[in-house]
Design a protein around this ligand. Sequence first.
Ligand SMILES: *[C@@H]1O[C@H](CO)[C@@H](O)[C@H](O)[C@H]1NC(C)=O
Ligand SMILES: *[C@@H]1O[C@H](CO)[C@@H](O)[C@H](O)[C@H]1NC(C)=O
Ligand SMILES: *[C@@H]1O[C@H](CO)[C@@H](O)[C@H](O)[C@H]1NC(C)=O
Ligand SMILES: *[C@@H]1O[C@H](CO)[C@@H](O)[C@H](O)[C@H]1NC(C)=O
Ligand SMILES: *[C@@H]1O[C@H](CO)[C@@H](O)[C@H](O)[C@H]1NC(C)=O
Ligand SMILES: *[C@@H]1O[C@H](CO)[C@@H](O)[C@H](O)[C@H]1NC(C)=O
Length: 309
Amino acid sequence: MKFSTSLTLPLLASTCSAAAVRRQNGDGPQGGTDATQGDLSGRPPPRFPFPILEFPVAKETVVLNATMYIQPGEIFDGQMKRYERVEGSCNEQAEGTDADAVFNLLPGSTIRNVIIGKHQSEGIHALGDAWVENVWWEDVCEDALTSKGLNTQLRVIGGGARNAQDKIFQDNSLGGKYNITGFVADTFGTFYQSCGNCLNQAKRNATIQNVVAINGTRMGIINPNFGDEIRIKDAQIKDIKFMVDKEIGNNVQTVPYTVGTGPDEKYALYNMTRDRITTFNGTVLSQYVPEDPYSWLGEFWPSLRNKTA
Ligand SMILES: *[C@@H]1O[C@H](CO)[C@@H](O)[C@H](O)[C@H]1NC(C)=O
Ligand SMILES: *[C@@H]1O[C@H](CO)[C@@H](O)[C@H](O)[C@H]1NC(C)=O
Ligand SMILES: *[C@@H]1O[C@H](CO)[C@@H](O)[C@H](O)[C@H]1NC(C)=O
Ligand SMILES: *[C@@H]1O[C@H](CO)[C@@H](O)[C@H](O)[C@H]1NC(C)=O
Ligand SMILES: *[C@@H]1O[C@H](CO)[C@@H](O)[C@H](O)[C@H]1NC(C)=O
Ligand SMILES: *[C@@H]1O[C@H](CO)[C@@H](O)[C@H](O)[C@H]1NC(C)=O
């Protein structure tokens, strides 16, 4: 396992000194509300064109004995290895804690080039601002990536998830932002969910672009009563039952109720025509192309090897 700790970027350095390297204690499903935040603008650019339809093939599996914490300012490069917990199991009935996750991202961290193995009850928890780049979930149990903390901003670039019976991206943050670019989702319940019954509720903001989403129940669930906004554009979808469901969320942990579905120019901010949301026909039409791709990544996609070298 290789760690690369990069504190050389000026913005990251200031992030670190400001960041109070604080693990949230007693952090249940709602997440704490006190994570100190970093600045996403100082991060390195993404390194591979996305979305890639085909799942990568891991050459090695790393079995973790405990949750791995990615530290503020750290760029953890998983080298396309598969990561799983030694005691990993999937219990969809129980909402997992941070200690159940394979990775916890502390504010100001980056995780990239990771494959999360099957049967992991929780994938990644972001306890503050983080980049999640080229991360693949082979078989999602409860949630793939959960955002927690105060005003947490997440950037997801590339990667994909399969078989998420429930949700892929869960936002339990207090007033956070979730930005998902170039992701592939195949077979899922909900692509993005703003928590409907967390103890701490505030306006959340999701932007989703250049994604391919196939065989799911819905792209989003938001709480208009808390002012949530979701934007979806340049997306290719197929066999999705609903785009965005709107619920009256609460902060008393009762089941929220649905009040509508579809675009409204205030909360559910998408328009199939204007925002180029099309039916996926097998070809990626709108790819997010970073400036400086890693050519070595090609070896994890055997069929793309010659095209990406
Ligand atoms: C996990 O624990 C086992 C047994 O205690 C040890 O052999 C192994 O090296 C540990 N793995 C990691 C990744 O720490
Ligand atoms: C979302 O992330 C993409 C990729 O990094 C970036 O190009 C885009 O500007 C971001 N959008 C917002 C609203 O932050
Ligand atoms: C589509 O999703 C359902 C679950 O909602 C699953 O049972 C089925 O196998 C999926 N179909 C394909 C072709 O993956
Ligand atoms: C939500 O994010 C979008 C894209 O960054 C931005 O244009 C919009 O102003 C944000 N809304 C709020 C309420 O912050
Ligand atoms: C979506 O945008 C198109 C083109 O701009 C417009 O004609 C149409 O009325 C819009 N649809 C909705 C539901 O707003
Ligand atoms: C999908 O649609 C695009 C745009 O219309 C077209 O260029 C492409 O050839 C189509 N792909 C397939 C496999 O039909």
